[in-house]
Design a binder for this molecule. Structure first.
Ligand SMILES: Nc1ncnc2c1ncn2[C@@H]1O[C@H](COP(=O)(O)OP(=O)(O)O)[C@@H](O)[C@H]1O
Ligand SMILES: [Mg+2]
Length: 249
């Protein structure tokens, strides 16, 4: 099992979109995937779990439930969600206990699971720090806008600190340009990412209305709109992810 935090300190860059649709892409490729929704806004849960969740990650972090009890099924075979809740908010100020509990929860992931993805909050709080402290790698979606490029530097500083103090083997799994549009700015920023980070940069996800509306169907893009540009882009990203990660297993 390999674990990944989908993280950036910037809201709206596509963490949830990437977590949901990459998790679905991997499951559709035959992998067993568990998505932890660690954002109090719980958008991944809304996106993938229509109703009937039997508990959530706040119950687990409070030691009231074990992870397998709360795992919710989705429309995609092989993809389960550990649901988020607004009750995660207090854990964002939780310091060490949040970190230790989250690491224990990773240990409760069913043995058949190949990939665990964490969707994380956009804030620099305990939930993000705890996530980065216990995963194998971080995947960073970046919207191709000026402000996002600046926030990437801040996130890299956080990652360096985490490596120094908590998780020396934390790896950057990749940087994923999202919301690309045909403007000079978007093209320039994607180019700058490739110049600075070379092979770490994933194929881009274009800005498309289908991706924006997919959440309302409680389904990933591969199910809600399989012949869309968004589904095609996530197929590319999933293929690139598997090529890199299965090689380094
Ligand atoms: N490639 C894309 N094309 C169109 N809309 C997108 C795309 N990526 C994200 N969005 C939309 O932008 C908003 C923010 O994306 P989201 O994935 O929730 O970001 P985050 O989790 O980083 O805050 C959402 O409404 C989402 O549907
Ligand atoms: Mg989100």
């Amino acid at each position: 099992m390999k674990s990944f935090a989908i993280a950036n300190i910037k809201g709206g860059c596509g963490k949830t979109t990437v977590a949901v649709n990459l998790a679905a892409g991997l499951a559709l490729s035959g992998k067993r995937v568990c998505l932890f929704d660690l954002d109090p806004q719980s958008a991944s849960t809304f996106h993938l779990v229509a109703a009937g969740a039997n508990g959530n990650l706040a119950d687990c972090l409070a030691s009231e439930k074990k992870l397998p009890e709360i795992l919710a099924r989705t429309l995609v075979d092989g993809l389960t969600v550990a649901p988020g809740t607004r009750l995660l908010a207090p854990f964002d100020n939780g310091g060490h206990p949040t970190r230790d509990r989250l690491r224990q929860l990773l240990g409760q992931v069913p043995p058949e699971v190949d990939y665990v993805l964490f969707d994380t909050p956009p804030t620099w709080g305990s939930l993000l720090i705890a996530s980065l402290s216990c995963v194998d790698a971080v995947l960073i979606p970046v919207a191709t806008r000026e402000l996002d490029l600046r926030m990437l530097q801040l996130l890299q500083d956080v990652i360096d600190q985490i490596r120094r103090h908590r998780n020396p083997s934390l790896r950057i799994a990749g940087i994923l340009p999202n919301r690309t549009i045909r403007t000079r700015l978007s093209g320039r920023i994607e180019g700058e990412l490739r110049t600075a980070h070379g092979p770490l940069v994933y194929p881009p996800i274009r800005e498309t209305a289908r991706l924006a509306e997919a959440g309302g169907f409680h389904a990933p893009i591969q199910v809600s709109s399989p012949s869309s540009a968004g589904a095609a882009d996530f197929e590319e990203v999933t293929r690139a992810f598997l090529e890199r990660e299965e090689r380094s297993f």
